[in-house]
Design a protein around this ligand. Structure first.
Ligand code: EPU
Length: 424
């Protein structure tokens, strides 16, 4: 059982063609950062289109541990931030969700002090935060570590030239949320360009920040006071492009025709191009996109890159699609080089995959074979669920709680499209 009382195993059976419509929810990797950004201003913030996923519950717990009051109903969050906060993020919460590290920037920006438990590695390898710290140090923060925590202080944060050696999503977010309260102008060179960064910038600017966005850098003119964002109906979180990609992969292995309501095709250009190359027919309109697959897809080579390149988060699903496609695809992981662990699980289902360093060679087979497998992380779990829809017999995916971290009712949404999947 998961903490919410849900059964912790997905059971998938080989499914026929998918058909129907599914609603894509708000982006996990945006909402978590918007919640952290609320720490920057006292008062009531409202977020709308918030997915009902367990990572949001964990972020609620973290904010509450700091003294924030959070009310959650109907995909909305009302976040009341008091004048004074406890500026510590404890280990028992951070170890359950690495994204907790993004409270560091806003706490330093507003209070000049923060103590956050150091996140450990995870199932796809080491996850250092050196770039977060270097970027914050460029603004004048200093850090020390003791007893597994990192403590940061900054009497005054000063706008500065920040050069990120790699466009890290988390480092960009942390330095951005500190820079909005720094004195003077910060220029962030080589920032991450993910749509979720754009959402965070829009949110911060609604709070009164002055963040400018030019192709290769961000300019941030620090302000003294920020005010809550999301008055009225609330600030609408952008659609989850990775959830949308998951359903595209599902129709990729099952065939059929599905409509993804609220999917933002403009955030998925490279993925759409790749799936089209493989034979999927995708048509976007103002409300979402339709994907149609008739027959077996053809293999293609895949290489992950920072946005606008192909997202590493989509790679596990694409590998699943390749396991059933015709031909051979070479997959290169450039972001998290250890992110191949789920491949051993796919092999248990009869997939023909050979790995060499950060490359995988995937030879498509006509049929996978259902087997008991284990979800090691959110996306790996979803990839195994999709594989189960293409496999003969029954596939039991254990540790479904990982999937719940990032998906609202994945089994329900897939079965609404005709897939044979339940929980037990
Ligand atoms: N890196 C460093 N040092 C740092 C920061 C990053 O070496 O200080 C390395 C990482 O180890 C990794 C690469 O840089 O090899 C990319 O890391 P990045 O900081 O861009 O990723 P992140 O902020 O930790 C977010 C998403 C991930 C997604 C990546 C890449 C959230 C909560 N997480 O992680 O999403 O894979 O960007 O797009 O936004 C998921 O949703 O399942 C997930 C893992």
């Amino acid at each position: 059982m998961t903490p919410d009382g849900e059964c912790d195993t997905f059971v998938a059976q080989r499914s026929g063609e998918l058909d129907g419509e599914v609603r894509i929810g708000g982006a996990k990797n945006s909402v978590l950062k918007l919640m952290a950004a609320c720490l920057l201003a006292e008062g009531r913030h409202v977020l709308a289109n918030v997915p009902d996923i367990s990572d949001v519950s964990l972020m609620c717990e973290l904010l509450e541990a700091m003294g924030v009051t959070v009310t959650r109903a109907d995909h909305r969050l009302v976040i009341d931030v008091p004048d004074e906060l406890n500026t510590e993020a404890p280990y028992h919460l951070v170890e359950r969700m690495r994204a907790s590290i993004v409270v560091l920037g806003p706490l330093l920006g507003r209070f000049g002090t923060a103590r956050v438990a150091l996140p450990g590695g995870d199932d796809f390898g080491p996850r250092p935060i050196d770039m977060h710290l270097q970027a914050l140090e460029s603004l004048g923060a200093t850090f020390s570590t003791a007893h597994g925590d990192i403590s940061g202080t900054a009497e005054v944060l000063k706008g500065s030239e920040v050069v990120l050696e790699y466009p890290s999503v988390g480092a960009t977010e942390n330095v951005l949320m500190a820079a909005v309260r720094a004195k003077g102008r910060t220029v962030i060179h080589n920032p991450a360009r993910e749509p979720e960064i754009g959402d965070l910038i829009d949110f911060l600017n609604q709070m009164g920040a002055r963040v400018g966005w030019v192709p290769d850098r961000l300019t941030v003119d620090g302000v003294e006071v920020l005010t809550p964002a999301g008055s009225g109906e609330g600030f609408e979180v952008i659609p989850d492009r990775i959830e949308a990609a998951t359903f595209l992969a599902a129709v990729g292995v099952c065939g059929g025709s599905i409509y993804l309501r609220h999917a933002a095709a403009e955030h998925m250009t490279m993925l759409i191009r790749k799936l089209t190359e493989m034979g999927m027919h995708i048509v976007a309109d103002d409300e979402g996109l339709r994907a149609t697959v008739s027959g077996r897809l053809a293999s293609a080579d895949i290489s992950t890159l920072p946005y606008p390149g192909l997202a590493t988060d989509c790679k596990p699903f694409l590998v699943t699609v390749l396991t059933t496609a015709s031909g051979v695809g070479i997959v290169t992981e450039n972001i998290f080089v250890g992110r191949f662990r789920y491949i051993d699980e796919l092999r248990r289902m009869g997939a023909d995959i050979r790995t060499e360093g950060h490359h995988a060679v995937v030879r498509g087979t006509e049929r996978l074979s259902g087997a008991p497998v284990r979800a090691h992380d959110i996306r790996a779990g979803a990839a195994l669920v999709i594989a189960g829809l293409a496999a003969e017999g029954e596939t039991e995916i254990a540790d479904a709680a990982h999937i719940d971290r990032g998906y609202e009712d994945l089994a329900g949404k897939l079965s609404g499209l005709g897939a044979a999947i339940t929980r037990r």
